[in-house]
Design a protein around this ligand. Structure first.
Ligand code: OOG
Ligand code: NI
Length: 412
């Protein structure tokens, strides 16, 4: 365990590693299929690496090899701005800061979101875990009386344990936590994300909120923001997708994001369908069912420059427009449209579509510096250019993940 010798505080990176491990253990115990998903990803990654030495070398150069087996992200949905404000303070102790803004109301999902994640290369390399955090937008419920009911229920709940709040305040006052207090803080915070099968409302209220949007019921009717999925990183998402049904896991039909390529870009994601779980309502002998929790996998590729991102957005819209016009399969159409996105590292680099990290190759000597320009050094293999991995999310994909797990009812 690393501590900061000057202050004797445990580092936020270590706290985050503990947090993601405990979250994973809790989710494996709660959602049995998730363990199957993890073993699929492990097998596929092992298989992919054993067949591709170049990929193995590149991942080890960019520090990705060690973090492959760790969960990459999870997701929660909060009910009030106050909950979000306190969550921001909690995540800061774990070295997770809000990055980016995602407005999902444009896709009919009544939330907006950010992702709390490590930002420095060093922290990302130590533990990449991040949480996609959505905030419910009750103002998008048209029925004013129902909106007031939801507001009243949410204002009466407290999603953090009192110990978590105390330790948070201590951490903020001292500028950190000792190893002992830190590990207590993590265990207390984990409680916030635990699943509770007892709803906090009666069956009738649940149904009315569920009718407004399934997501509203999921957020409002429970004691806290249960973690709704965790996502490990796979090196071959198509292989993992094909493997899922073979092991009894019901996969979502489409992989979100760009098509399969030789050199992956951005983010491709797929999930298994949310499980139907028994829940208990307030009131005598009243049981019901709720579907919210699922498992997801993702394959990450190169981060794109604004120019590359504009091309991605343009091609994705083109591909989505074509659907519906004819009965072409989504995947083959996507692949055809994305032919316009160069699929070689050199083209992506020279056309400034993706970001790269440069490093000296094994044969590089100081005198080679005279051989500049860079292109000459690159072509001789003295300097190596590796794509920088995309660390954020994609709004259209996120909306697709939400919808496939909550049904497509639109409230806005
Ligand atoms: C979040 C869905 C978004 C992703 O990977 O894009 C997401 C949710 O369902 O709460 O996790
Ligand atoms: Ni996700």
């Amino acid at each position: 365990m690393q501590t900061n010798t000057q202050s004797e505080f445990i580092s936020p990176d270590d706290l985050r590693a503990m947090f993601s491990q405990q979250m994973s253990d809790m989710y494996k115990a709660e959602v049995l299929q998730y363990s199957t998903l993890l073993s699929i990803v492990e097998d596929v990654n092992e298989n992919t690496l054993s067949q591709n030495d170049e990929l193995h070398a590149a991942l080890s150069r960019t520090n990705d090899l060690d973090r492959l087996t760790q969960e990459y992200h999870g997701a929660i949905r909060l009910g009030t701005a106050q909950e979000l404000a306190t969550m921001r303070r909690m995540f800061r102790i774990l070295g997770m800061l809000p990055v980016d803004y995602y407005d999902l109301s444009v896709a009919g999902v009544p939330v907006h979101a950010t992702a709390f994640r490590p930002v420095s290369n060093e922290s990302l390399a130590k533990n990449p875990f991040r949480i996609f955090t959505s905030l419910l937008r009750l103002e998008l419920i048209d029925n004013l009386e129902l909106r007031a009911t939801a507001e009243r229920i949410l204002s009466g709940r407290n999603i953090f344990t009192s110990n978590a709040i105390e330790l948070l305040e201590l951490a903020e006052q001292q500028g950190g936590l000792s190893a002992v207090a830190g590990s207590e803080f993590v265990s207390e915070l984990i409680e916030t994300f635990r699943w509770h099968s007892e709803a906090t409302v009666d069956a009738e209220t649940f149904d009315r909120l569920q009718d407004a949007h399934r997501l509203v019921a999921d957020v409002v009717c429970f004691r806290g923001p249960h973690i709704n999925h965790l996502t490990p990183r796979t090196l071959d998402i198509d292989q993992a997708q094909a493997e899922m049904p073979k092991r009894g896991v019901q996969a979502k039909q489409l992989i979100e994001g760009p098509p399969r390529r030789n050199f992956p870009i951005l983010l491709r994601q797929t999930s298994f369908k949310a499980l139907e779980e028994r829940i208990r309502f307030v009131g005598a002998d009243c049981d019901g069912a709720h579907t919210a929790r699922f498992g997801e996998i993702e394959q990450r590729g190169a981060a794109l420059t604004p120019k590359g991102m504009a091309l991605y957005d343009e091609l994705l819209s083109e591909a989505r427009r074509a659907i519906g016009a004819e009965a072409v399969s989504y995947e083959s159409n996507l692949k055809a449209v994305f032919k316009k996105f160069p699929d070689s590292l050199e083209d992506m680099r020279i056309q400034e579509l993706a970001y790269f990290k440069y490093s000296a190759g094994p044969e590089y000597q100081p005198e080679h510096a005279q051989l500049f320009p860079l292109e000459d050094l690159l072509s001789k293999g003295l300097i190596l250019a590796d794509p920088i991995i995309y660390e954020d999310f994609l709004p259209v994909s996120a909306a697709g993940i939400f919808q496939s797990n909550l049904g497509g009812t639109v409230v806005v």
